[in-house]
Design a protein around this ligand. Sequence first.
Ligand code: DOR
Ligand code: ZN
Length: 346
Amino acid sequence: MTNQITLTRPDDWHLHLRDGAMLNAVLPETTRHFARAIIMPNLVPPVVTSADADAYKARIMEAVPEGADFTPLMTLYLTEDTDADDVAAAHASGLISAVKLYPAGATTNSASGVADFDKVRGVLERMAEIGLPLCVHGEVTDADIDIFDREAVFIDRVLDPIRRKTPDLRVVMEHITTSDGADYVKSASKNLAATITTHHLVINRNDILVGGIKPHYYCLPVAKRESHRLALRAAATSGDTRFFLGTDSAPHTDPNKLSACGCAGCFTAPNTMPILAHVFEDDGALDKLEGFTSLHGPAFYRLKPNTTKLTMTKGGAAPMPEKLITAEGEVTLFDPGFELQWQVTA
Ligand code: DOR
Ligand code: ZN
């Protein structure tokens, strides 16, 4: 039985850090375990221009705890008015690592997202030319499409046409939640990868709805039926380099979650690594954990893996606190529904 594993230090390829007091409270939870993270741009107002990204990066660096070694990989929020030259300059200077596509209205703070995909063709073509990845929130927002079908329909109606018109565009389907998403990624010969969150490996839609509604399990894309969760587990633990970790750790205060119109998001930054060790061990795939958390992501983003390590030990893990106290209020950690046996020890 393996009781200790040492991994190349992991990265988080999809993270919400927010701003202000929330940023200050949640950033140390990420820097404790992760060396780099792709930082989501859905602030209010969103991070749209290179000047916005530069200023946001400075605020993040200011909040990095003393002694921590952390690099935020910045993104721009794609709008119908995005300037391709600004994007290209931000890429050339090393400021940004990706551009994020939110369909308008798909999720938290996505009102400025894209409604008419033809309006962003020029930017996408430029990104294909310069090799800058597009991170995609893959859900259609049409009122007539059932929320549980939004990812599958997005692939057919939006993503596949974009990829056919711009085959050189490098795309990350973020936080896939369905076997359709996993199969679509596997069907592509190049230029397509997917992130998978911690929580979508653990919960299905019953966990949200059976026996009383569980607002802390509500996120977007919403968790789907069990067969989809199993498809995600299989993809994550397979060793296929097209799948890697993006936690989508998305903190909201308890009053904002526990409301008649609760916010979407699971806060997983503090306990992701112990949860993943448990999940991969359960599936007999502990040897695939390092690829998923630390190697496949850098390979897709054309970066070197981290040179530092992270050690996890099984047994004797003290229970994690249930909540993180922030100056904006309490934020409840994602509860995987099982006792955490693994802990990060070095
Ligand atoms: O659950 C989610 N929360 N999904 C998203 O796409 C956005 C995120 C947030 O910003 O809270
Ligand atoms: Zn997200």
